[in-house]
Design a protein around this ligand. Structure first.
Ligand SMILES: [Zn+2]
Length: 166
């Protein structure tokens, strides 16, 4: 697929390069195509603003098994082009709903309007261990990429997670 996104210069800066591990993660995220479709649709509909949401499922033996992607309002209205802030009430509601199920909130997705699907230094500051971070790159002409990342607890950098969409 041709990359139609003009990569902003900051993504080539040392600060941004330092966010990424050289080696990929050994983990895989298993993603139902219906969930991937929700994220792609939301990212395209929200462009040029960032959208975000929760990944619900299970983390087993280091791999994520996603059952559902749930869109959540982005509360950051001041910098909604390049920042997101999950609505904590929505987070709590989903968490409560899952209390008697086998599933948990195991990750977060957000979009990068007109930017690569690579995490930023701000994404790293806000990232939790054991969470899967899906980033959807989206431009005027639609979704370009859907990539997944996790924090390597040793290096404190993001490592690329294999996405298995089925
Ligand atoms: Zn981001």
């Amino acid at each position: 697929m041709p990359n139609q996104i003009q990569e902003p210069a900051r993504f080539r800066s040392q600060e941004y390069l330092d966010v990424l591990d050289a080696a990929p993660s050994a983990s895989t995220i298993h993603l139902p195509s219906a969930s991937a479709e929700i994220m792609r649709k939301e990212a395209a509909a929200g462009h040029p603003l960032e959208v975000c949401g929760l990944l619900v499922g299970r983390l087993m033996d280091g791999d994520w098994h996603i059952r559902e992607a749930i869109p959540v309002p982005n509360l950051n209205s001041e910098r909604a082009v390049d920042r997101f802030q999950l609505d904590p009430r929505a987070f709590q509601e989903v968490d409560n709903r899952l209390r008697n199920s086998d599933d948990d909130i195991v990750g977060i997705y957000h979009s990068h309007p007109d930017c690569p699907a690579r995490p930023s230094p701000t994404d790293l500051e806000n990232a939790w261990d054991d969470y899967a971070y899906i980033i959807v790159s989206v431009s005027d002409s639609g979704v370009q990429d859907l990539l997944c990342w996790q924090v390597n607890p040793d290096s404190r950098r993001f490592a690329a997670v294999t996405v298995d969409e089925d």
